[in-house]
Design a protein around this ligand. Structure first.
Ligand SMILES: Cc1ncc(COP(=O)(O)O)c(C=O)c1O
Length: 435
């Protein structure tokens, strides 16, 4: 056992220079002690940047690394990691009081996990199933709806493969038709998106499927209005919300969608392999199970039947619950404000550097992801250069798009480091002899 001071200093070591080896050595001690304290609310009032700097210490990302790719995967902070290990610690002794409660998990209501997460995203436990990620939940949606050959699903041209391909599979297997609207880059306003969808709906459209925040540009689509449009025409709405929980405030009942999938490992910093599917109560009985075990046909258990997937990783749910608790403690309002400030800052600075913005000019249609187009820079080349030379993680898309994610734990000095590195890269490129 180390004392609290010892723990804090070992944690500081981890946050600083930790590699996997260091971590392995310190790990047991970490879990015998309390986590580093969260910053005081008074600090936020006096110095916001210092407040986020304190929170940054909850993350294992080394202090000399700049992580601008939270949009692909988040980093779970200490309270989440500790909860996962507490979960294992509690369960793997196989000493549960109830002889039926050893880890055969996969057949339970899991209300102790469903309730806080459902409350966090504004729905009821009975409409909410804990799954492993958005891809799984999207597959549940596409696979579970009855559709006849020739009937259409309408989506955008910016869906993630984990959102689009479940429908492509259904098209190949059952002859449904996948139709797409092409989103402008950037999306100028909500009306442009609504018009695109409205014009593409036909008498055969059965489902409107779209990412609340598409991975390509990070635009925040007008989800509430799109769902209302679908509903007004008797069409089901299914929303891929992989990026939303933890990035922005979310209330599924207010949103008015029929189905919603998510991967809180991104912006809620929850464990990898913890996701969810929301199905509106009136729609639950129209959705078939994809995975079937005991309970698949029990309509009384409502959305719980979708989470009956066999043996599962329950300690990940401990971590998911802790991630919700942390976000609530910090406050989603505060987190969302920080996300917007940092993304706006990085975007403004990139535009000053002649980057073409693919981020919506409408503040309502953007949050914590800024996308810019920077030809003739090649994304693969700059990604590698940034990581190898500067320990900065960025991600983008071919040929020249850079997608910059700004989670709350990213500090202003980190953004400035990236900007300086970008300038250096540009200068080096301009000076190198052209071939
Ligand atoms: C919009 C969207 N949907 C789905 C996914 C897939 O997420 P997962 O791999 O967690 O299922 C992603 C991942 O980047 C995404 O951006």
């Amino acid at each position: 056992m180390v004392d609290r001071r010892g723990f804090l200093s070992s944690f500081a070591g981890l946050a600083g220079t930790a590699g996997a080896l260091n971590l392995a050595r310190e790990w047991p001690a970490l879990f015998e002690q309390e986590a580093p304290e969260l910053p005081d609310a008074a600090l936020y009032a006096s110095d916001e940047e210092a407040y986020w700097g304190q929170l940054r210490k909850q993350f294992l990302i080394p202090a000399d690394e700049v992580y601008l790719n939270n949009g692909t995967v988040g980093s779970s902070p200490m309270p989440v990691l500790r909860a996962i290990f507490d979960g294992y610690n509690e369960t793997e002794k196989m000493a549960q009081k109830d002889p039926e409660d050893y880890p055969i998990w996969g057949y339970a209501s899991w209300n102790e996990f469903r309730d806080p997460v459902a409350a966090f995203v504004g729905c009821n436990r009975d409409e909410f199933a804990l799954l492993r990620n958005a891809t799984e939940a999207n597959s549940y949606i596409a696979n579970g709806l009855d559709m006849k050959p020739g009937e259409e699903v309408l989506m955008t041209d910016q869906e993630h493969p984990g959102g689009e391909h479940p429908w492509n599979l259904k098209a190949k297997r059952y002859g449904i038709v996948v139709k797409k609207v092409t989103l402008p880059k950037p999306v100028p306003n909500a009306a442009a998106v609504l018009n695109l969808f409205n014009d593409a709906i036909t008498p055969r459209t059965r489902v409107v499927f779209f990412s609340h925040i598409p991975t390509v540009t990070g635009v925040v689509l007008p989800a509430k209005e799109l769902c209302a449009l679908a509903r007004s025409k008797g069409i089901l709405s299914a929303v891929d919300g992989a990026h939303v929980p933890g990035m922005m405030k979310l209330n599924l009942h207010e949103l008015g969608c029929d189905m919603y999938s998510s991967s809180p490992h991104k912006w809620l910093q929850a464990p990898k392999g913890s996701g969810f599917l929301f199905v509106r109560d009136e729609v639950i009985d129209r959705l078939w199970n994809t995975i079937a075990t005991e309970g698949w046909n029990d309509t009384k258990i409502r959305a719980e039947r979708f989470q009956r997937i066999g043996s599962s990783n329950v300690p990940a749910l401990w971590g998911l619950r802790a991630a919700v608790q942390l976000a609530n403690e910090i406050g989603m309002e505060r987190i969302e404000k920080r996300h917007r400030q940092m993304a706006d800052y990085i975007l403004k600075e990139m535009v000053k550097r002649d980057a073409e913005s693919w981020t919506s000019p409408d503040p309502a249609l953007r949050c914590a992801i800024a996308a810019v187009n920077v030809p003739p820079i090649q994304i693969g080349e700059i990604e590698n250069w940034m990581w190898k030379n500067k320990k900065i993680r960025i991600r983008g898309g071919a040929p020249s798009k850079i997608r910059l994610s700004t989670p709350y734990y990213l500090l202003r000095k980190d953004v400035n480091r990236f900007l300086a590195a970008f300038d250096e890269y540009q200068t080096a490129k301009n000076e190198s002899p052209r071939t």
